[in-house]
Design a protein around this ligand. Sequence first.
Ligand SMILES: *[C@@H]1O[C@H](CO)[C@@H](O)[C@H](O)[C@H]1NC(C)=O
Ligand SMILES: *[C@@H]1O[C@H](CO)[C@@H](O)[C@H](O)[C@H]1NC(C)=O
Ligand SMILES: *[C@@H]1O[C@H](CO)[C@@H](O)[C@H](O)[C@H]1NC(C)=O
Ligand SMILES: *[C@@H]1O[C@H](CO)[C@@H](O)[C@H](O)[C@H]1NC(C)=O
Ligand SMILES: *[C@@H]1O[C@H](CO)[C@@H](O)[C@H](O)[C@H]1NC(C)=O
Length: 308
Amino acid sequence: MRVRQTAILLAQLLWLLTSQTSGSCVCDDPKALWCDEFSVWNEQWTHDVGGGGWGNYESQIYNRENSPVVDGELRIHATKGLDENYYSSRIQTKGKVEFLYVRLEASIKVTNLEGGLWPAFWMLGANFGDVGWPFCGEIDIMELGSAEAIAKGQIHELVLAAMHWNATIDGDHVYEYSGNTTTPAMVQEFHTYGLDWTPEKITMDVDGKELFTRNITGLDQFHKPFFVLLNLAVGGLFTGIAEPTTAGGAMIVDWIRAYDNGSGSRVTVDEQPFNYSNGDCTDSSSGIRLFAMVPIVFSAIVACIFLS
Ligand SMILES: *[C@@H]1O[C@H](CO)[C@@H](O)[C@H](O)[C@H]1NC(C)=O
Ligand SMILES: *[C@@H]1O[C@H](CO)[C@@H](O)[C@H](O)[C@H]1NC(C)=O
Ligand SMILES: *[C@@H]1O[C@H](CO)[C@@H](O)[C@H](O)[C@H]1NC(C)=O
Ligand SMILES: *[C@@H]1O[C@H](CO)[C@@H](O)[C@H](O)[C@H]1NC(C)=O
Ligand SMILES: *[C@@H]1O[C@H](CO)[C@@H](O)[C@H](O)[C@H]1NC(C)=O
């Protein structure tokens, strides 16, 4: 009887050890705090689904199908359905992976953006659900396809980065601090879009070239955890296009990685501190973990048999 109870307890322990939300164990950079190399679909991402414009009169309906992980890449496709609706995907890590004062980078390639495509790599304050936007703060690390870029004939060159929050001027007025750079041929090539976030400042860069730096001293909105979002929108205010003409396109993400920036950096997975470079990993390693547990469990069972 005791043996059976012990075995059940051990099985429960094993289940507990292997059933946590996954954190990747295959970061191509061993110094990363966290990453997704998109080798398999990672349950740390949640899809935001539906239509209704998403606050910006956007045309697309987000679903789960338009963001497969294929050949080591996340491929968010915007497609035009037979019903004339646009379909695409938006994924985010709220409640699963959250970041504070980190260096966050992603390698992203986009296809032709003409006709209203709007790819974005961005973050929202993790208290979004409690305080709402803009009170939660927003960090836009990469946005392409802006009305400004279209007007300047630089749809494939002009990258925008921005921060939004409730400023002290005009009550709940949203203040935007925007920077931009023109990088040749953003389209059909991977570029690295980076956020460098410390307790003092937020800096954005593309392929190492700085877009802007903003002193965040005293801005409470940027001193608490944020989650990350990746999406490809179609039309809407940012693009200035109410009736998109694109036949579709893609935003392809090769990898996303967070790094320790030497000043209070923190990544949490399921609200627990997570540091890949320090050996933390759960997901792809659960097989390894399970395997490592076999001799331990076996010895424990043998010990129980002898003791009983
Ligand atoms: C902005 O929102 C924060 C909460 O995130 C609040 O503490 C602050 O008072 C707000 N400021 C203004 C001007 O509304
Ligand atoms: C882009 O940069 C130029 C030059 O610094 C500036 O005049 C323009 O306002 C910027 N655009 C945005 C949207 O920030
Ligand atoms: C940011 O602003 C604060 C207060 O104005 C100042 O003390 C600090 O030196 C500034 N930090 C940076 C990095 O410029
Ligand atoms: C943060 O990381 C970036 C990129 O690795 C580096 O250039 C920068 O110096 C770091 N900042 C701090 C404060 O360590
Ligand atoms: C992560 O682990 C590395 C290696 O042990 C260590 O140097 C670094 O301080 C850790 N950072 C965090 C935020 O835990």
